[in-house]
Design a protein around this ligand. Sequence first.
Ligand code: PLP
Length: 424
Amino acid sequence: MGDWCLSLALNVNVIREDFPLIKDRKIVYLDNAATTQKPIQVINAISNYYMKFNANIHRGLYELSQEASKLYEEAHGVVAKFINAGSWEEVVFTRNATEGINILAQALVNRYLKPGDEVVISIMEHHSNMLPWIRLSETYGVKVKVVGIDSDGLLDYDELSNVLTPRTKVVSITHASNVLGTLNDVRRIAKLGHEVDALVVVDGAQSVPHLPVNVRELDVDFMVFSGHKMLGPTGIGVLWGRKDLLEDLPPVLQGGDMIKYVGIEVKGGVLINHRIIYNDLPWKFEAGTPNIAGGIGLAEAVNYLIRLGMEEVRAHEVELTRYALRRLDETLKDDIKILGPKHPELRSGLISIAFKGINPHVVASLMSTKNIAVRSGYHCAQPLHEYLGVYDGTLRASFYIYNDVDDINAFISSLEEVINVLSK
Ligand SMILES: Cc1ncc(COP(=O)(O)O)c(C=O)c1O
């Protein structure tokens, strides 16, 4: 520890002041891959909306409704700019990343996919980017191919290249693994996918909060992510898609606000004809009253991240990860196995640990007695754990903008202590 000279890109002491739940440092919060804490700016934006602007959007000609509509629409614009989308209409608000992939998978099968068509995913996917495609294989005869990883936890790009065929219609892969930390080369994946005319879908749940993401530069077709993993509230997420593709896809959820016109013809009490004109983007995919406060809160969270700078956020996490990896190697090398790539530049700011003969749930609950919040289990990636032969699950510590060396030192000391106790 002594010769370590760490220079963090973010001023954690200043940032912490914005986070009511952790500013007193009573909790060492290292479960950011599950959800992040919320800054006061986001909390205030949500309560401000309810106190001053609460009304349903798009339905009232009165001022409150118009104000609420404006704030909600502008929130789409803030998110669009953050990921460099072609326009704000390409940003569909969903409940979370999970809902985004489900809506997309259903829309794609309703429009393009036929039995025997292929969807390519990877073994490192979160269940959210696995189960919706498996469902299509059960119900529509779509074939799901699963690409493996190498011994370093990196995607096997040769295998990816080999499994692609003219029948591959979708390649859906995570940008950053929530277990291995592996950052996938999305541009390379997009290039390979597009060579066979497949649509390229990216699960950005663990990348958009942590590094600069530019959907046009990555040259992908769709991306999903969740607001709550990037300082925003729960219940709001994003499905981004290229405008021409979203325009062509049918809506999945039906109801209010997603249509411009509905006319029905009824004869003898039975519907015999109908005509529906769908609403413009993004409303076509946002049926029913949306999470207006959530959208406004997410925009505030994005603005917070923009003020910090995403390059700085990434640099901060790389340094913390580098420090944590080295300290773990110095102190616990013989007791633990760290999953994923060795180099911090190749991974996001999280570390998952497998133990020999120690259950990670026991470790996490003992650490919680020291107010250290980490996650244990399969992290919604059970097939990955089975693939790696890690049947008890792992312990995961995940970092964010308000974490510093003290948090990592507390985590590692506590881990050492717990391992000592449990190994006796
Ligand atoms: C890589 C990845 N994808 C998708 C999800 C799903 O996110 P949500 O539960 O917010 O829908 C998560 C959540 O942990 C994740 O880590």
